[in-house]
Design a protein around this ligand. Structure first.
Ligand SMILES: C[S@@+](CC[C@H](N)C(=O)[O-])C[C@H]1O[C@@H](n2cnc3c(N)ncnc32)[C@H](O)[C@@H]1O
Length: 289
């Protein structure tokens, strides 16, 4: 697979998903999939993707949804997973080979600028569309990958405050961490950039989509994929907003944070693992005929 260089409008994200976060996502791949699989499945059920359809999986990462989509569309359909992270796509490719899917391929491209032809019935994404530097341009470009009448379905996070599984550990860690300065721009590329549905509907409309809708979905998820409390604490301290902050701190401070995060997560411990609520949007839209 040709590897893209860290340049263009999303150069920073290309660097981030290859050099900083990609390897961690590969390492924790099974755990991450176990944690969010039900959210992707909710979006797939909403999309009602049919046998024989051609699907573009945007920001497919390590490929779990691409494999699931390949099962859904069957041999008469096809799935193309695209992502800026070559390291995550290597993992996706290995999984596809193992599963023996001949209707699935992966491409290391930037969804915002890759030239497409209108050959797909569906655009799908599980948490892969919130990182574009210029979302309007990115969705205008993605629209060109859809045949007229083709549909977009993606799942995105609602606000941090509505997602205790991320908020609770962050709040527990906060008292140990240095003041973080002014709050970050909530629309900057990142997991919560699409929390404001009014903004996203304007982006999609400006990009040329119609029949744009947001459905709020709340689910109990198994944080850390259903492992022990201690393993879950380690997991939340490696990824997401808390992982980013903790990359900069020494081991003494890290140990204090660990103790408090463990205490904060303990009430959510169940026989099946650490269960907490997650709040997402399922966004749907259509390319006009
Ligand atoms: C939060 S991860 C989600 C990965 C995967 N969809 C999943 O659910 O496991 C976001 C993914 O979007 C990809 N991504 C970010 N910006 C992108 C862009 N401009 N074009 C293609 N992929 C992008 C990242 O490399 C990363 O794999």
């Amino acid at each position: 697979m040709d590897r893209i260089a860290a340049e263009g409008p999303n150069a920073q994200q290309i660097e981030y998903w290859n050099e900083v976060s990609g390897a961690r996502w590969v390492e924790l791949n099974d755990v991450i999939d176990a944690q969010i699989t039900s959210l992707g499945e909710a979006a797939m059920a909403r999309a009602a993707i049919a046998t024989g359809e051609r699907v573009l999986d945007v920001g497919c990462g390590c490929g779990q949804t691409s494999l699931q989509l390949a099962e859904r569309v069957g041999d008469s359909g096809a799935v193309v997973g695209i992502d800026i992270s070559a390291v995550m796509l290597e993992r996706a490719q290995a999984r596809a080979k193992e599963a023996g899917h001949s209707n699935l391929e992966f491409r290391n491209v930037d969804a915002q600028i890759e030239p497409f032809t209108a050959s797909f019935d569906r655009l799908f994404s599980r948490f892969g569309v919130m990182f574009f530097a210029e979302p309007e341009k990115a969705f205008a470009n993605l629209l060109t990958a859809l045949r007229p009448g083709g549909r977009l379905t993606c799942v995105t996070w609602r606000a941090l405050g509505e997602n205790p599984w991320m908020m609770v550990p962050l709040a527990a860690a906060a008292k140990h961490l240095p003041p973080s300065g002014p709050p970050p721009d909530p629309t900057a590329p990142g997991p919560f950039a699409f929390a404001d549905s009014t903004r996203v509907e304007a982006i999609l409309a400006a990009a040329g989509f119609e029949e744009i809708a947001h459905e709020a979905v709340d689910q109990e998820i198994l944080v850390g994929g259903g492992r022990t409390l201690d393993q879950t604490v380690e997991f939340v301290m490696q990824l997401g907003p808390l992982g980013a902050v903790l990359r900069e701190v020494d081991s003494e401070l890290r140990a204090k944070v660990l103790t408090d995060v463990r205490t904060a997560l303990e009430p959510y411990e169940h026989e099946s693992g650490v269960k907490m609520s997650a709040a997402v949007w399922i966004v749907s839209a259509r390319r006009p005929e």
